[in-house]
Design a protein around this ligand. Structure first.
Ligand code: ZN
Length: 239
């Protein structure tokens, strides 16, 4: 009989897109785990800025936090390009960003987080990493069903069974809104971390990085920018 593979739960693999939420999740993991790796995905995104932001955020964290620099390990970029081939969305094609008939924004890529988690699991399994962490959030999001905790928990259970490995899933932002996640960043790394995430993380669906707002770079009008601006305003208004 095959015995369940024992993974090391002092090690974490962070799903890291270079966005605000995954950057804060990476900081959270660096504070908590002895070894932290990151994984990102190419899936035919329209904009490469997201992937560039990953490098910048990692480098800035290393430079500003020596303890974290010692813990931050390899970065892997995996190809999930099949998602683009299977259908048109505003993330991968020149489709207008709006709410579709099903109530979901056209930026929704069906199954994306499920695929990302399975691929992260494949890497974590090989590396013996027990914890998979992601910045998914169901408190303050665009309605993507694969950001919901129930879907992610079920996916992790499928991975535990399908790979016979004792994966653990952590999503520290799941139940907090964007303002609270900025407060979490502040607790983790003070004003310096807030500044790094604000300056270098990338959220905008249009890939816009020319205009700098109080809340960071972005077009200011896409749903991702609106959410980010709203969260920053709530965070800074707290006094
Ligand atoms: Zn935008």
């Amino acid at each position: 009989m095959v015995r369940m593979r024992k993974l090391d739960h002092r090690k974490a693999l962070v799903l890291f897109s270079g966005g605000q939420d995954s950057s804060i999740t990476l900081a959270w993991a660096l504070e908590r785990y002895a070894d932290v790796e990151t994984i990102g995905f190419t899936y035919g995104q329209r904009h490469a800025v997201e992937l560039e932001a990953r490098e910048t955020v990692r480098a800035a964290l290393r430079a500003a936090f020596p303890d974290w620099a010692r813990r931050l390990g390899a970065d892997t970029v995996a190809d999930a390009g099949g998602l683009k081939d299977l259908g048109e969305t505003a993330m991968t094609h020149e489709t207008e960003i709006h709410l579709a008939e099903d109530g979901l924004p056209t930026t929704f890529v069906p199954g994306r987080n499920l695929v990302f988690l399975a691929l992260a699991g494949a890497l974590a399994y090989r590396r013996g990493i027990g914890v998979i962490a992601g910045g998914m959030c169901e408190a303050d999001y665009s309605g993507y069903p694969d950001c919901r905790e129930a879907a992610l928990r079920a996916q992790l259970e499928a991975m535990r069974l399908g790979m016979d490995a004792d994966f653990e899933f952590q999503s520290p932002l799941m139940h907090i809104d964007k303002a609270e996640s900025w407060r979490l960043a502040e607790r983790l790394g003070g004003a310096r971390l807030v500044e790094i995430v604000n300056e270098h993380s990338h959220t905008c669906y249009r890939g816009e990085r020319d205009a700098r707002h109080a809340w960071g770079f972005g077009c200011g009008t896409c749903p991702a920018c609106e959410l980010r601006a709203k969260g920053w305003a709530a965070y800074t208004a707290r006094g």
